[in-house]
Design a protein around this ligand. Sequence first.
Ligand code: CAA
Ligand code: NAI
Length: 701
Amino acid sequence: MPGSVTFERHDDVALLRLDNPPVNGLSFAMRAALGERVAQALADEAVKAIVIAGADRMFCGGADIREFSAPPPPGAAHLPAILDEIEASPKPVVAAIHGVAAGGGMEVALACHVRLAAPGTRLGLPEVTLGILPGAGGTQRMPRLIGIEKALDVIVGGKLHPVEKALALGFVDECVEGDLVETAIARARRLAADGAPLRRASKLTEHLEAALGRPEIFDDFRKKMAKRARGFDAPYACVDCVETTLTMPYAEALKNERAVFHRLRESDQSAAQRHAFFAEREVAKIPDVPKATPVRSIASAGVVGCGTMGGGIAMSIANAGLPVTVLESSPEALDRGMAIIRRNYAATVSKGRLSQAQMDARLARITPTLDDADLGAADVVIEAVFEELPLKKEVFARLDLVCKPEAILATNTSTLDVDAIAAATSRPERVIGTHFFSPANVMKLMENVRGARTSPETIATVMKLSKKLGKVGVLVGVCDGFVGNRMLYAYRRQADFLLEEGALPEQIDRVIYDFGLPMGPYQMADLAGLDVSWRVRKAQAPNRPAHLRYSPIADRICEQGRYGQKTGAGWYRYEEGSRLPIPDPAIHELIANVSAELGIERRAISDDEIIPRCLYPLVNEGAKILDEGLALRAGDIDVIWMHGYGFPRYRGGPMFWADLVGLRTIYDTMSRLHDEHGEWLAPAPLLKRLAEQGKGFREVD
Ligand code: CAA
Ligand code: NAI
């Protein structure tokens, strides 16, 4: 029966199985059932030992995260108390773990006296990724079992570890090749017969004694994690709780852990991270592309253009184990592109993150070519040539001739109309956009752009390909800049206007960084290069409506040949060989001159003005995109911003953040800014509607 803990007697051993599909989550009902079954096994005199296992796919994926948003029902079973009972049991308790043991599921296993796991199992304490900490003794039992430093890595790292690693770290006792449950039953029976003392994690002292004279472990760890944990509360709370293993008696530390767990669970950060968890799973659900949609198998791929993006895309494909043929237009370009790929891999090898053998295997999967015909057998071809529509159309027409009829043709265009590109082929239903983010071998986002005629099968296949490449694919519609960049323009435009009104690039960058993004708009522009968007602006200039405000500052910077880091100067200046942005008086003067030319009297811009002015328009653009049906859900937009632009996960993405700020506040501010600064800031109709109804983006169907 689903949602239960089953009880089976195997002679003198009780087998308790967690059974609550899809992940045997510890809902309130499951905890109550576990408590009852443990009590039953303890009370049954014929039972000499207990085995806890999971039904179906896994042992247990942890607490049921969906229940976190609601208060616990009256009299709800208390997991830490149940785990204390398991650990204190005079009858041996063996955990038989297969599939996954995560979070509360791992904590159940930690309370058992022996942990056996099947090959292929993944185990860990990922609570920190949800903005909480292991709240059922995990911060206390894990350090006692494996040592403080290793436990800090496991708890703060939040990863699920393969069984081999768990074994080496010491939180699994044995990896069982044969029948796991049978072996666990036999082991439990033997332990009962032996009558030897049981190993209770909470009673172990060896590792704590070893750490007693070294209180600096914790500060050292805090320093080590500072960069990755910037802005997050939970990693610091995890370290604090592990530290109590040395400063508080066990029972008191357990109470403290529970209190901190509750505080974190109620926090906006945890709500945001839980939203991120579900939003990342939700993106795969596309109403008119049901789960049963046929998916073409992708056994090989092609990439056209081996420049910045094509090279990175080819690496992603090779990294995922697929063969990829890379087509270029000249031997020089091909050699240059392949040399960069080799250099990138070699850099990873020299950092120790890849072995030479792995590098060789990956490189061997990439076949360079100058002959279109070599793409004939590829199941999918991704085009990444220059951003010019006539060129892309010509490339697609050629691909259409040489590629097998069922092959999918994808474009990595960042601004062009996917439908216009598809029209150059005889197979528009098998043409789609796959908008990777730079560097394509690192960034996890793919905006998969659905054209007017893209078929469900093509969409389903490319969404699956994203997953295969280790990326998060988000389906979007055709519009200028698609979802991410269209919102980025809206924010960057206001940042430029703030410069004209009195701010400086370094001030805006600092405020945006402090908000939690990895960098502000000007550091980002210098990193990406200023010339590409300058070219786009020049091309768009004849069609630019005269009544709309336009900032010429970026153009003026480009006119001086300052294209960013690659030319040693852009919005900042750079010392030879350094990436450190140095504020430049020449840019300050250039900005002040533009203000004077435009007749704008410069004023002091407060830090407090910058977030609403830059990020509310970003959210406003997101509202338009949602209303136009170009993104399926507000959560999809959040996933795009978290994975493509580093929007802080602890804020849940811009749309979730906006809901927390309150759409009424955002709408009122946008209305005021619209009055003060003109048309670009007109509130989106959806924002107005939701604000008036007192609703949030999460409530949009
Ligand atoms: N609670 C509620 N739902 C969960 C869940 C959980 N803990 N874990 C997964 N799900 C849901 C997913 O949302 C998904 O639902 P849909 O099919 O409706 O989208 C479904 O279960 C399957 O999940 P996945 O697609 O992720 O399945 P998978 O096989 O790829 O991965 C997993 C399985 C490794 C368990 C992964 O789901 C996962 O990492 N889950 C979260 C684990 C976690 O963070 N646990 C800690 C919870 S907090 C806790 O335990 C606190 C405590 O101290 C008591
Ligand atoms: P790039 O200039 O680095 O590379 C383009 C490559 O295409 C060059 O190596 C060129 O030799 C090759 N090429 C040109 N014509 C060709 C042809 N007919 N056949 C085969 N190869 C040909 O450009 P980049 O930056 O890699 O951009 C490629 C595409 O990716 C563009 O559409 C761009 O808009 C898009 N994009 C770029 C991003 C970036 O950050 N650079 C981000 C996301 C998308």
